[in-house]
Design a binder for this molecule. Structure first.
Ligand code: PLP
Length: 416
């Protein structure tokens, strides 16, 4: 009779390569919908090089305000290290409800909120609770890279609406509405957008929300950059563009507004039935969000928030400069992004951005993200993040501009 160890050896191939292949076959085939991240590819390459300037960063470069750190430490010291209620820390739910009600003059209560592990978990819960074979989701292209793979994993289908740098990457609501058919399940909005920085005007959001409600389609709105609106305009949240919460759900977080992405606190805002369902589901993902970080979130909301104005002012200054620099760079077509800390200029038609981005990184040491990370129709875009100092931005463009002028693909398109 074989010993247990011999049995193991019969099951495992002796060649490690074979073992690896066999191991992979144990994954759920749905895992094939998870792409190799275009961001990782660039950042990994950058890690091998010296003197790299990152215009690839997707998080604020400001330190977390001290009172938020203090509240986090205080919560730890006060023994706030257990699980919270499944919907979240009651104090945070109440604080969020009054903060949203003040901001949007709405009548949201704590029962309209679920605290999640960053907006990422909120997106995961909403999409995976809805996506199913045959269901269609309408998304902009380019768009934040989490949505499409999650939809595809569950057998749902993407109907994408390409946007163009020439039009400021604005979403054409008529095109969105024309795509609605009996299989349409949801429309995903992200304004201000990652990767484009585009802010949709009220008319766009209202029109989409109205049509969606009329046709029984859900709107999922990712509003993580809702405070990072750089021009003097009122932010059109879907919460102020729809008559009720019947067909809308918002995800947001503290990550960008309060410069605390590593504390991982986000939330979903939706009608009470949706929240009840997601609360049950959330028990199977993370159970509850990090408790001391939820206390840090309470501090973020109740203390003086003028820090946000200072941050927005600095992003505005950088945005103005980056728009100028982009417009003076061979081959790039820019526009006026109104929010977040990104711009996604296009390269001349047909030029492969992933090839340009990799060569640019290797030859100039400037790291940007190619558009294929954000959608199949966006292969000639570059995402440039200005979440870095003005000095780094100036130095990056001082390297990029002469380099771009030398690239044969850019020459014909530049008259500056
Ligand atoms: C549009 C968008 N949504 C969601 C997230 C995730 O945010 P969080 O840190 O709250 O999970 C990001 C992070 O980059 C983002 O850009």
């Amino acid at each position: 009779m074989a010993t247990p160890m011999e049995n193991v050896n019969q099951v495992l191939a002796s060649d490690p390569e074979d073992r690896y292949v066999r191991g992979r076959m144990t994954w759920n085939p749905a895992m094939q919908a998870i792409p190799i991240s275009g961001i990782r590819r660039m950042v990994n390459k950058a890690a091998e090089l010296e003197d790299v300037i990152h215009l690839s960063i997707g998080q604020p470069d400001f330190p977390t305000p001290k009172h938020i750190i203090d509240a986090h430490i205080h919560a730890l010291e006060a023994g706030q290290t257990g699980y919270t209620m499944d919907a979240g820390l009651p104090e945070l739910l109440d604080t969020l409800a009054s903060y949203y009600s003040d901001r949007y003059r709405s009548t949201l209560t704590s029962e309209n909120f679920l605290i999640t592990t960053g907006a990422t978990e909120g997106i995961y819960l909403l999409i995976t609770a809805m996506a199913a074979p045959g269901r269609e989701f309408i998304v902009a292209d380019p768009t934040f890279l989490l949505y499409a793979p999650l939809i595809r994993m569950l057998g749902g289908q993407i109907r994408s609406v390409p946007t163009r740098a020439e039009h400021g990457h604005q979403l054409d609501p008529e095109r969105v509405i024309r795509l609605i058919n009996p299989n349409t399940h949801a429309i995903i909005l992200n304004s201000p957008s990652n990767p484009t920085g585009t802010v949709y005007p009220r008319e766009t959001v209202e029109w989409i929300c109205q049509e969606a409600a009329y046709r029984g389609v859900q709107v999922i709105s990712d509003e993580v950059y809702d405070h990072l609106v750089l021009d003097d305009m009122e932010y059109p949240s879907v919460l102020t563009c729809s008559a009720d919460l019947d067909h809308v759900a918002v995800v947001s977080s503290f990550s960008k507004t309060f410069s605390m992405p590593g504390l991982r606190i986000g939330w979903v805002v939706a009608d009470q039935n949706t929240i009840r369902m997601l609360r049950r589901y959330h028990m199977f993902t993370t159970t509850v969000a990090n408790t001391p970080a939820q206390w840090a979130g309470v501090a973020a909301l109740v203390h003086d928030r003028s820090f946000i104005d200072v941050m927005v002012e600095e992003y505005r200054r950088r945005r103005d400069r980056v728009v100028d620099l982009v417009s003076n760079t061979a081959g790039l077509t820019g526009y006026w992004p109104q929010g977040a800390f990104y711009i996604a200029p296009s390269l001349p038609p047909g030029v492969d951005a992933s090839n340009i981005a990799m060569r640019m990184l290797e030859e100039t040491g400037v790291c940007v993200i190619p558009g294929d990370a954000f959608g199949e129709s966006s292969t000639n875009l570059l995402r440039i993040s200005y979440s870095t100092s003005m000095e780094q931005i100036e130095e990056a463009f001082a390297r990029i501009q002469p380099w771009m002028e030398r690239q044969p693909e850019m020459r014909d398109s530049y008259s500056g």
